[in-house]
Write a protein that binds this ligand. Structure first.
Ligand code: NDP
Ligand code: BG6
Length: 494
């Protein structure tokens, strides 16, 4: 299904996200015919660009990042426009009125407008107010929707305050809080794997699952985002949003039907069941780390404190590992070990479901665990690990695997996360966007950890290129477990 005719107004159009993700996503959607011819993009920021210079900049970007060329590129760029305004001055928004009128007329978009907030978060509350002051949020003439980028708040209080502020001008059905992990095909596949197979769901509970590991590892450091990252850290940057959303997909109950309300009801429900961590729990179940300089593959790599934009005495965590529990019938007593970090040995996001061992070890004391590895990225796929007889004499069990690679199904029109989410917002489908109650539940869980960290959190060092501080291994080892060290997804067959 194609997107509705509409005008997409991107605030922060001179910034990194716009040129690296949003414009390439829109270009690809256009190229594969998922955008109607009747769309326009109005870039808005303070920088003194005009239609021509904005088009040229995006044109060059698309050539560089997407290898774009030819008639499709030229035609796509004709749909791009730009208006410079002072984004924090309500009076200046008057300049948007004639531009939007002209674009709605020219493209027959019937007033449908998608606002995308890709500015510093300090403007997320300001822009809706300024739009409303000029009557640009009412739905009398076409729908009005607003996509809000992360971070949605800095802590529970600011998240609530931001929600109140945006809700003064937009109703919940108009608000699309983006978490690009929910746009990833493989995250959605988790739901299909669970809820379209009779095989897994009966085992998906405390009776059969021993523990769950969720890893969001990155090999890159903070690159040139030190200024932003230092105020955020791994907890706010990855855990509070992306990884808790993945956890929700693993742990939620089956929705009765797949639509925005029932899906998001279940997500919110399970996030509300996260066991609140006391200071004592946090002391025993949380490890924070910061990477130090090292040599990786013969190259000197900077430590976090030497990165651009990072204060030399920063105590921001670039790694975190935490043991969480879910207080409900399905999951009582099953630990969820979640870890994320920058400058780890490899880039990998995966979920590992560790099943309980057999009640009585008939063949070998060391029979391999049954595991289901769901690889979200890269090398997307699913690998089931179990024991089979090692060839030869005796009855020794050996781990083997049954593997599925997502690439085997890949079709040329597979959408990236931003493509999928932009398209859904244009179609009015909020299923894969975070609802206010889920965002609050995540902050509610994270807030005691943030408070603990601020008052007495200890940051352990780890060398860039390693799997985090050794304390994280101890965190899991004291419960008799070990972190999986992910390498290639697929194992060699016996
Ligand atoms: P940039 O700093 O590159 O861009 C910010 C944009 O906002 C610029 O276009 C800037 O343009 C504009 N802007 C408008 N008013 C102000 C103001 N008062 N102060 C500063 N800038 C202003 O940021 P990104 O594009 O990287 O990120 C945008 C948002 O998206 C952020 O909230 C970020 O957290 C989020 N995000 C970014 C990701 C990324 O990969 N970059 C990933 C996920 C989320 P001008 O100066 O011309 O007004
Ligand atoms: C962003 C974080 O939201 O997600 C980044 O701000 C992180 O720090 C990125 O690198 C990871 O996204 P992905 O899709 O590369 O796993």
């Amino acid at each position: 299904m194609k997107a509705d005719n509409n005008c997409i107004v991107i605030f922060g159009a001179s910034g990194d996200l716009t040129y690296r993700k949003l414009i390439p996503a829109l270009y690809h959607l256009y190229k594969i015919g998922r955008l109607s011819e009747n769309f326009s993009v109005l870039g808005v920021a303070r920088s003194a660009l005009d239609d021509e210079s904005f088009r040229q900049k995006m044109h060059d970007t698309l050539i560089k990042l997407e290898n774009a060329s030819g008639e499709i590129l030229e035609k796509f760029c004709e749909h791009l426009y730009y208006q410079a305004i002072n984004t924090s001055d309500a009076v200046d928004y008057a300049k948007l009125l004639p531009r939007l009128d002209e674009l709605h007329d020219k493209y027959g978009t019937g007033g449908n407008t998608l606002y995308y907030l890709s500015t510093p978060p300090s403007l997320y509350g300001v822009i809706p107010e300024c739009l409303s002051a000029h009557g640009l949020t009412t739905e009398e003439f076409g729908w009005k929707r607003i996509i809000v980028e992360k971070p949605f708040g800095y802590d529970i209080e600011t998240a609530k305050a931001l929600d109140i502020q945006i809700h003064k001008y937009f109703e919940e059905h108009q608000i699309y809080r983006i978490d690009h992990y929910l746009g990833k095909e493989t995250v959605q596949n988790l739901l299909v794997l669970r809820f379209s197979n009779g095989l897994f769901e009966p085992l998906w509970n405390r009776n059969f699952i021993d523990y769950v590991e969720i890893t969001g590892a990155e090999s890159i450091g903070v690159e040139d985002r030190g200024g932003y990252y230092d105020g955020s850290g791994a907890m706010r940057d990855m855990f509070q949003n992306h990884l808790l959303q993945v956890l929700a997909m693993v742990a939620m109950e089956p929705p009765a039907i797949i639509n925005a309300d029932s899906m998001r009801d279940e997500v919110a429900k399970v996030l509300h069941c996260l066991h609140p961590l006391s200071n004592e729990d946090i002391k025993n179940n949380l490890v924070l780390g910061q990477y130090t300089a090292s040599e990786i593959d013969g190259e000197q790599v900077k430590g976090y404190l030497q990165e651009k934009g990072v204060p030399e005495d920063s105590t921001t965590e670039t790694y975190m590992a935490v043991r969480c529990q879910i207080d409900n019938w399905r999951w009582a007593g099953v630990p969820f070990y979640v870890r994320t970090g920058k400058r780890l040995p490899t880039r990998v996001t995966e979920v590992v479901i560790h099943f309980k061992t057999t009640p009585h070890p008939v063949f070998s004391q060391n029979a391999p665990d049954n595991k289901l590895i769901i690889r979200i990225q890269p090398d997307e796929g699913i690998s089931m690990r179990f024991g089979l007889k090692k060839p030869g004499a005796g009855f020794e069990a050996k781990e083997v695997s049954m593997d599925f690679r997502y690439a085997d199904l890949a079709s040329p029109s597979l959408l990236t996360a931003y493509e999928r989410l932009l398209l859904d917002a244009m179609k009015g489908d909020a299923t894969l966007f975070a609802r206010t109650d889920a965002v609050h539940a995540c902050w509610k869980f994270v807030q005691p950890i943030l408070d603990y960290k601020a008052e007495r959190g200890r940051i352990y060092e780890y060398e860039a290129g390693t799997w985090g501080p050794s304390e994280a291994d101890k965190l899991i080892a004291k419960h008799g477990k070990v972190w999986r060290k992910p390498s290639g997804l697929m194992k060699k067959k016996v």
